[in-house]
Design a protein around this ligand. Structure first.
Ligand SMILES: Cc1ncc(COP(=O)(O)O)c(C=O)c1O
Length: 435
């Protein structure tokens, strides 16, 4: 019934699965027939602490009772507390922040900050990366099957954005192999920046792991050199950690893996564990004086009390239950299990990931040819087995990836259960492909 109602009245801007979800508890979702699914999509990485967590509910109920209709016109205790708490997690000189409603909205602000700081200039993004659905964030996006490909809609995108090849070693745009490539993609990008004139570039926006674009993990040293080069030329380095932030990759923030410090960090999703939409932008100390002077950005619900409370409750749980460390440990087990599965399933071309963010590249067995309809079918089989994943496919751009990003609260047993469901679904998938 719900499916028919939706199909009739709801505009389908995202293809929905043929299941009606009624709720969730912990690491599981539940459909309207009461069937449980292990949630390896976790609200697209947002639901870090699991579903219907009693302490999240208590914190939000308390805040609702206090009254949440206070706008940015006033200081609130929760907003100030969250700002102080968030910057305390960051390395120097990142010590000022602004809150937003969505990741897209926060990226818009980050782009404005780069332009303010540099007095204008272009923005460089990466092909396959995703930064959001609003004009600026969509223009920075290089995952072009979304808005950019639609002739009419792309006219809504602002000018002044360029895109670079991502460090996608499995399908290198330059036909190279790491490490023999000497990071040719990065060397080429550096040359492009020099040709363009670094002074004409306001900022570069980077997903430290390109998540929705296929879980593309840059090879060691890539981010260190990218950040060093851009900062040496005064280009504002924005790390979009909307997916990777708050423990998703096994560290609190993905930039910690290489010890780099970007100029701007964009956060969203797990900031509030997805209980309330929320996002944040953290900037270098010296930017505050520049951007504070202007009313650059804001929405009715930017930094409103309910979102701040959800974020504080999330940070409490991450720290009290050591979820970042726990997620890292279970993530290693999951990654090892996925690599083992790859040995027995020729349709898994590549396994990539860090922490609890993993991607399986689905190919036609024995080749590197992407299997787009196959990845979709596999997603359906996984749902039948009881595992929710995200299927990401880019037609014409050779990528069909099953993305797995469960809550940070999953246990070893959950990881093993997911591996077993994946094994079964892959076997069914490969048998049906062979028939
Ligand atoms: C890396 C990244 N940045 C930004 C966004 C946009 O966030 P939102 O959907 O909250 O606007 C997303 C969304 O998936 C994302 O994956």
């Amino acid at each position: 019934m719900s499916i028919q109602l939706e199909r009739r009245h709801y505009l389908q801007s995202y293809r929905s699965q043929p299941a009606v979800m009624a709720g969730g508890k912990g690491n599981y979702l539940r459909d309207e027939q009461g069937r449980q699914y292990l949630d390896f999509s976790a609200q697209f990485s947002a639901c870090a602490v699991g579903h219907a967590h009693p302490e999240m509910i208590r914190a939000l109920e308390d805040e609702l009772r206090r009254g949440v209709g206070i706008t940015s016109q006033f200081v609130t205790e929760v907003r100030a507390a969250l700002a102080a708490r968030l910057v305390s997690l960051m390395p120097a000189p990142l010590d000022a922040c602004l809150f937003g409603v969505t990741g897209s909205d926060a990226n818009e602000y980050a782009l404005k900050v780069a332009k303010m700081v540099r007095g204008g200039g272009d923005i460089i993004g990466f092909y396959r990366a995703y930064h959001g659905a609003t004009a600026g964030s969509a223009a920075a996006t290089g995952k072009t099957e979304t808005i950019q490909r639609h002739q009419g809609i792309r006219q809504l995108l602002p000018a002044g954005f360029a895109h670079a090849s991502p460090p996608y070693c499995y399908r290198c745009d330059f036909g190279q192999t790491y490490p023999g490539c000497g990071l040719l993609c990065l060397e080429y990008l550096k040359t492009q920046i020099l040709h363009r004139g670094p002074d004409n570039i306001a900022g570069i926006i980077v997903e430290p792991i390109i998540a929705g674009g296929g879980v593309i993990v840059p090879p060691p040293g890539y981010l260190t050199e990218l950040v060093r080069f851009c900062q040496a030329h005064g280009i504002v380095v924005i790390f979009d950690e909307v997916v990777t932030g708050f423990g998703r990759t096994g560290r609190m923030f993905a930039f910690e893996h290489e010890g780099v410090v970007p100029d701007v960090v964009v956060l969203g999703k797990a900031l509030t564990s997805g209980y309330i939409p929320g996002a944040a932008v953290v900037v270098r100390h010296e930017y505050k004086g520049i951007v504070d002077r202007f009313h650059l950005h804001g929405h009715t619900h930017s930094g409103y009390p309910l979102m701040c409370r959800a974020a504080l409750a999330t940070l409490d749980l991450l720290s009290r239950d050591r979820l970042v460390e726990r997620g890292a440990a279970v993530g290693e087990r999951l990654g090892a299990g996925l690599r083992e599965l790859q040995k027995h399933h020729a349709s898994v071309g590549d396994v990539r990931g860090l922490g609890l963010l993993w991607g399986l590249e689905i190919v036609r067995p024995g080749t590197k040819e992407p299997d787009l309809p196959g990845a979709d079918r596999l997603g359906g089989l996984l749902l039948e087995e009881g595992l929710v994943v995200e299927v990401e496919a880019q037609p014409e751009l050779e990528s069909s990836v099953i993305v797995m990003h469960p809550p940070l609260t999953i246990t070893d047993a959950d990881a093993d259960a997911a591996l077993s469901m994946l094994d079964k679904a892959l076997a069914r998938f490969e048998r049906s492909a062979a028939d």
